[in-house]
Design a protein around this ligand. Structure first.
Ligand code: FAD
Ligand code: NAD
Length: 475
């Protein structure tokens, strides 16, 4: 006998759980199936983001940024401290508590909105049936009018660098280290590499990052990447570009790496090695072949712009489908699908998805980089404003970086906004809203920004695009 639902969501991460809640808000009977288990064996909703990604990494980034400021900036403020020391166990306990509170919050949200939470492995069978296998092997059959697949992603592993969960680890393990590694190696200088590298560097590790590409942060605006590289070097991150890892072996608790770079074959010994070379969609055991679902060449479930799979009443959202692997992108897809299922309007504006790297300085952008606009051939103008000229940034002792706007020369349309500096991830929200409303730089120029705030940097960058900046020299 199967239990009947209007909507069954497989996956309770930031793409899946909002889809289930929105379905319930829309008056539909919804269930959310999730199999996540934490390292202590406990079940938790929230997926990668809450358990092993966005939230725990931001907790450690915040703690270690405070440590760094106490050690390196307090004196400038005239604050004297005795030597600042670290209680890593307390720091990790705080991280774990935040995660537990947030994941527990999802169950409370489910209860309040009437979503049925089902723990276990979900497998889509033909005919919109979802078979759920619990830990003890018992099975439960859920019948649904619509099924949303939100099974997320998992780290890419390198065959030549065998993961052992102790010395050679992934980002999840690296968030839960109980001691500061003396020498930390990271393969991949992408978002995870930079965030985790910052955490452990601030805690005292010697961090070496091996990045296969010759270019640093190719997805970011060139000027931002250049500025970021300078600051990461100052922090002490040893980022080696063009480094192709051939192999890694664990011997006597240390990891020996062999890699090649422009100067030939190199070796490196570290105490822990994090592999952070990207993530891949996770679809293992997710659907029976008779469902007719198809994967693309990257292993993503194929969907259209409305996250329809092509099989009637089966939808897929989040990291398991094309597009950037970001929690907020998955959430918007989940909400769109739950609204479409209910017969409401739903859309995701894929052109306006913000990206944030939570390092110090923080990096955030939306829209196109200057390089992309240039390659597109549309005449453009650029306005930049340095945080060194911002009174608020100076007061915060955080004057590194700048805000930059790229706009069309013909009709003044904002094409991209790039920020490196304090609270960049918060500042970018204004740019996202502006682009969502198809604003021009003139709209930003005529919008009053409170003084003294960091947001004035966006205002001044918009003014600078027309060489009308007041608080910096127009170039
Ligand atoms: P997931 O969060 O991966 O959730 C999928 C869920 O489905 C999991 O709980 C999984 O166990 C479950 N599942 C899978 N298959 C089944 C099945 N068959 N049956 C039952 N359950 C199943 N993104 C940001 O936007 N901002 C950040 O700051 C950020 N930081 C990150 C830091 C790290 C270290 C990492 C690793 C990632 C980070 N990300 C960040 C990326 C973000 O975590 C993902 O984009 C996001 O979690 C994707 O959401 P999702 O719901 O698609 O998948
Ligand atoms: P990434 O794609 O950001 O970076 C991976 C890096 O590894 C790239 O620079 C790539 O060139 C490099 N690389 C690939 N293969 C390599 C090899 N064999 N040797 C050396 N370098 C190699 O991926 P990630 O950092 O693993 O993060 C995974 C996903 O999680 C990303 O899609 C990201 O968007 C998401 N994430 C987001 C945030 C955030 O929003 N702040 C934080 C963490 C993760």
């Amino acid at each position: 006998m199967s239990e009947s639902f209007d909507v069954v969501v497989i996956g309770g991460g930031p793409a899946g759980y909002p889809a289930a809640i929105r379905a319930a808000q829309n008056g539909l009977k919804a269930a959310c199936v999730d199999e996540w288990r934490n390292t202590d064996g406990s079940h938790a909703f929230g997926g990668t983001c809450l358990n092993a990604g966005c939230i725990p990494s931001k907790a450690l980034l915040e703690s270690t940024e405070l440590l760094h400021r106490a050690r390196h900036e307090f004196a400038v403020h005239g604050i004297k401290t005795d030597a600042v020391s670290v209680d890593l166990a307390a720091m990790q306990k705080r991280r774990a508590t935040i995660v537990k509170t947030m994941t527990g919050g999802i169950l409370a949200l489910f209860k309040a909105s009437g979503v049925v939470a089902v723990q276990g492995h979900g497998r889509l069978l033909a005919g919109n049936q979802v078979e759920v296998t619990a830990d003890d092997g018992s099975k439960r059959l859920l019948a649904a009018k619509d099924v949303v697949l939100a099974s997320g992603s998992t780290p890419v592993r390198l065959a030549s660098v065998p993961h052992d969960g102790k010395s050679i680890v992934d980002s999840w393990n690296a968030l839960e280290f109980d001691a500061v590694p003396k020498r930390l190696g990271i393969i991949g200088a992408g978002v995870i590499g930079l965030e985790l590298g910052s955490v452990w560097r601030r805690l005292g590790s010697e961090v070496t990052m091996l990045e296969a590409l010759d270019q640093f942060l190719p997805m970011a605006d060139g000027a931002v990447a250049k500025e970021a590289q300078r600051h990461f070097k100052k922090l002490g991150l040893d980022i080696r570009l063009g480094a192709k890892v051939a192999r890694a072996n664990v011997t006597g608790g240390a990891v020996d790496l062999v890699y090649s770079s422009a100067s030939g074959e190199q070796t490196l010994q570290v105490d822990k090695l994090v592999v952070a070379v990207g993530r891949r969609p996770f679809t293992e055991g997710l659907f029976a072949p008779e469902t007719g679902l198809a994967l693309d060449e990257r292993g993503c479930i194929r969907v259209d712009e409305h996250c329809r799979t092509g099989v009637a009443h089966i939808w897929a959202v989040g990291d398991v489908v094309r597009g950037p692997m970001l929690a907020h992108k998955g959430k918007e897809e989940g909400l769109m699908v739950a609204d479409l299922i209910a017969g409401r309007y739903g859309e995701v504006n894929y052109k306006v998805i913000p990206s944030v790297i939570y390092t110090a300085p923080e990096i955030a952008w939306v829209g196109q980089t200057e390089e992309q606009v240039k390659a597109g051939g549309r005449p453009y103008k650029v306005g930049s404003f340095p945080f060194a000229a911002s009174g608020r940034a100076r007061a915060m002792e955080a004057s590194a970086g700048f805000a930059k706007i790229v706009a069309a020369a013909d009709d003044d349309e904002i094409l991209g906004v790039h920020v490196i500096g304090p609270m960049a991830g918060e500042l970018i929200a204004e740019a996202v809203l502006a682009m969502e409303y198809a604003a021009s730089t003139e709209d930003l120029q005529r919008t009053i920004h409170a003084h003294p705030t960091l947001s004035e940097a966006i205002h001044e960058a918009a003014l600078a695009a027309d060489k009308r900046a007041i608080d910096s020299i127009n170039r």
